[in-house]
Design a binder for this molecule. Structure first.
Ligand code: UFG
Length: 329
């Protein structure tokens, strides 16, 4: 069985769905602090999904799961992921994302499980020195969230040297869209991401969508990001996992489309998909936003055979379908 931590959340659940469709049996481990039990239940309708509620900060919780099931490998998502919150409360991020992961890795070694795919981020690179960003770009995170993920990458290197733990670290750029059948989606109690925020603003609850700054050094003045579709991203996890099974060696890959879109371009695409004008106001820059981030993902293409297939339009359409469901909850 494959253990997927954090599979009640956005990226974890879509990856779980991909693994289920490929015929794998999975165990979901999640504390449901930001994930939802309804998401786990949706996965249970699709395939063999065992659910264990637990917290990585309690090593007994995770040890119990490894004692109960025969786990072959781990796909690890469980983490806090709000950049702004990590600046306000770094302790929460280091304790959960770093200490929690250390508990997981120690328990894996104890039970002789030595393969893990890890959810890392382009936030480990910090302010870009050049774009597109390849895997050799220096890693100097500018916030505790990015630093917590970088620390885990380093711990994994040391665990490989010392204990033979093999890890694939996947550094995502901006993830967007939802399951095409809307069974699961992007469901955050606190939503900070661009596309869901644009879409939410169209449901008439008084929140005008805000563009955080139009005075960046970019062609239209707004920040440029690389929006990779969630189903493409989930597929990359399975390719990475199968590569790890076959080659048994550690590596790191960027996951992005290699194409940048500005906030204004994404906004215009949303208006096109919805077929309506959306209210917008320009406000101040959000602290910590680099002007331009997009990936060089040639390595994932060459080694994993991963090529993202889905357009930004598809991501917006599926996100909108799921947003309609969320509005009724
Ligand atoms: N933006 C707005 N208005 C909004 C929300 C976002 O203008 O309401 C802008 C942001 O300022 C930024 C762009 O849209 O320029 C994208 O912002 P997101 O919050 O959607 O994504 P980020 O690029 O900030 O963050 C993402 C992931 C993080 C990860 C980071 C790495 O969500 O987990 O990429 O840079 F750390």
């Amino acid at each position: 069985m494959i253990l997927i931590t954090g599979a009640a959340g956005y990226i974890g659940s879509h990856t779980a769905l991909n693994f289920l469709n490929a015929g794998y049996d999975i165990v979901v481990f999640d504390n449901l602090e930001t994930g939802h039990i309804e998401t786990v239940e949706a996965l249970q309708k699709i395939g063999c999904v065992k659910f264990e509620k637990g917290d990585l900060r309690n090593i007994e919780d995770i040890d119990a799961v490894f004692s109960k099931y025969k786990i072959d490998a781990v796909i690890h998502f469980a983490a806090f992921a709000l950049v702004g919150e990590s600046v306000e409360n770094p302790s929460k991020y280091y304790r959960n994302n770093v200490v929690g992961t250390l508990n997981l890795l120690d328990t894996m070694i104890k039970h002789d499980i030595k393969k893990i795919v890890f959810s890392s981020t382009c936030a480990t690179y910090g302010e870009p020195k050049y774009t597109p960003i390849d895997e050799k770009h220096p890693q100097n995170p500018i916030n505790p969230y990015g630093m917590s993920k970088l620390m885990v990458e380093k711990i994994m290197d040391d665990f490989d040297r010392a204990y033979g733990l093999k890890s694939i670290r996947l550094r995502y750029f901006n993830v967007a869209g939802c399951d095409e059948l809307s069974r699961i989606g992007e469901w955050h109690e606190i939503e900070t991401h661009l596309i869901p925020n644009i879409l939410k603003s169209t449901f008439g609850q008084g929140q005008t969508f805000k563009i955080f700054g139009d005075d960046y050094d970019t062609p239209d003045g707004t920040c440029i990001r690389d929006y990779v579709n969630i189903e493409d991203l989930a597929q990359a996890h399975r390719l990475a996992f199968e590569y790890l099974q076959k080659e048994n060696k550690s590596d790191v890959f960027n996951l992005g489309t290699e194409k940048g879109s500005s906030v204004k371009q994404v906004f215009a695409e949303c208006e096109k998909v919805l077929g309506e004008k959306i209210d917008v106001e320009i406000t101040q820059r959000r602290p910590g936003d680099p002007a331009i981030l997009y990936a060089d993902a040639a390595k994932a293409k060459d080694i994993l055979g991963w090529t993202p297939q889905k357009s930004l339009e598809k991501s917006i359409k599926t996100a909108y379908e799921y947003e309609k469901i969320l509005q009724k909850k």
